[in-house]
Design a protein around this ligand. Structure first.
Ligand code: NAD
Length: 435
């Protein structure tokens, strides 16, 4: 079966390569010519473990090609996956301009039956709107069916998540189109992956409700962590004690500098916005967003507790991506922390194993010194802040780090070190939720 995948970002590229690995003949389309040129050379435009091998293997097998020519890709394909971005608008709602552009481009070129599958995260009602746009603008009598197939992969683990998802959600109205999509996912069906077949609206909401719930868990444990600091409790033990209850579960109970990334912040905001528009407000989610914004300031508060005025202080930051194993810095807490340090007149030195290039283009004019190692970052620093729990930060040679710093202050926003051990080494230490 021939498939077109439109948009070669995290979701499109992983899905395209994954579907090719299932045996489909996949054409990946993007408007970004530079990205497509790179991909044609087998180069991956972002860091994602395992993706390069998967892409190269399927290119070599002749099942995966890249192009900027949407018309040609669509002409040859029965099924078209939409994987373009749905970034936040200034009012919090999802910006659907990329989706609209794709729908209108499809309407221009469709000349026989196609199944259009939306993998992008889109507000409830969007799939119906996409079909209306295509039907109203198409140049021939050809019919289209629309399927909502939201994606749940996690950056940093995206290939594994695509190949072994917890569930596959298929929303639609045409039994024929649903059967085609089930057929595409046959390898997963055979591996007993749970499938949920439902209507468009339910499928769309499953994605938002899932992300909103996970974000709620994070904001919840962050508030518990802040409370722990007031009362002398240890949040790591509280979370462990909670997580052993299977009704709660241990995952997403790690406090930190606030959630970031390209999904949780924008998806929670978009759901809140749609709830307000439909007079069905999400009070919990409004609080989740507010708590998260405050949480991004906790590193600054902790630094000021130790150092007072941060003007002219040198602060070393380890970790810029919003989580380990990705180069993605979209909505990363590091952006807020660096911004705030700059506003306070601090000198900022940073290190991240893979995210420094992306951080450079996101942070704008703010002067930041980029280091080639943790040791270089901490040289003569007044304090060290760990923002992302990359494995390589878990095993720093702490005595050496201490000897390089001007004052040995360690703010561990991911609780990767044991307070007692670090204090014994002579550090002034603050974790999160461990007074
Ligand atoms: N990143 C994730 O972890 C993740 C996980 C699940 C769902 N999602 C959702 O999937 C969608 C895509 O996310 P992403 O992170 O892959 O986005 P991305 O920004 O990394 O990639 C989007 C790609 O679409 C391309 N594009 C834009 N307009 C186009 C057009 N008209 N024709 C062809 N290509 C076009 C862009 O050039 C870009 O390469 C979003 O809705 C997101 O919420 C993302």
């Amino acid at each position: 079966m021939h498939i077109a995948v439109i948009g070669t970002g995290y979701v499109g590229l992983v899905s395209g390569a994954g579907l090719a690995d299932f045996g489909m003949i996949v054409t990946c389309v993007d408007i970004d010519e530079k990205k497509i040129r790179k991909l044609k050379r087998g180069e991956i435009p972002f860091y994602e473990p395992g993706l390069e091998n998967l892409v190269k293997k399927n290119m070599k097998a002749g099942r995966l090609v890249f192009t900027t020519d949407l018309a040609k890709a669509v002409k040859n394909s029965l099924v078209i996956f939409i994987c373009v971005g749905t970034p936040p608008s200034s009012d919090g709602s999802a910006d659907l301009s990329q989706i609209k552009e794709v729908a209108l481009s499809l309407a221009e070129v469709i000349d026989e039956y196609k199944v259009i599958v939306t993998k992008s995260t889109v507000p409830v009602g969007t799939n119906r709107w996409i079909k209306q746009l295509i039907d109203a603008n198409k140049k021939t009598e050809a019919s289209v069916d629309i399927i909502s197939n939201p994606e749940f992969l996690r950056e940093g683990n995206a290939v594994e998540d695509f190949m072994h998802p917890d569930r596959v959600i298929i929303g639609g109205e045409s039994a024929y189109a649903i059967a085609i999509i089930k057929d595409i996912y046959r390898p997963l069906y055979l591996a007993e992956t749970p499938f949920i077949i439902t209507n468009l609206e339910t499928a769309e909401l499953i994605k938002y409700a899932s992300n909103a719930f996970l974000a709620t868990k994070i904001s919840f444990i962050n508030e518990i962590a802040n409370f722990c600091e007031k009362v002398g409790a240890d949040v790591t033990v509280v979370a462990k004690g909670m997580g052993l209850d299977p009704r709660i579960g241990a995952k997403f109970l790690n406090p930190g500098p606030g959630f970031g990334g390209s999904c949780f912040p924008k998806d929670v905001k978009a759901l809140v916005k749609q709830g307000r528009q439909l007079s069905s407000p999400f009070k919990i989610l409004e609080a989740v967003i507010e708590i998260n914004e405050k949480q991004k300031m906790r590193a600054i508060e902790k630094l000021e507790n130790f150092l007072g005025d941060l003007k002219d202080k040198t602060i070393a930051i380890l970790g810029l991506s919003f989580k380990p194993n990705t180069s993605d810095v979209r909505e990363s807490p590091a952006l807020t922390v660096v911004n705030q340090l700059h506003q306070r007149g601090a000198k900022i030195r940073v290190y991240d194993p893979v995210a420094m290039e992306e951080f450079k283009s996101s942070i704008g004019q703010i002067p930041v010194e980029y280091s080639s190692s943790p040791e270089e970052a901490v040289k003569s620093a007044d304090a060290l802040v760990i923002l992302t729990e990359w494995n390589e930060f878990r095993f720093l040679e702490l005595p050496k780090i201490k000897s390089l710093m001007k004052s040995p202050i360690l703010i561990d926003m991911r609780n990767i070190y044991e307070p007692e051990i670090v204090k014994k080494l002579g550090f002034s230490y603050a974790g999160i939720g461990r007074s």
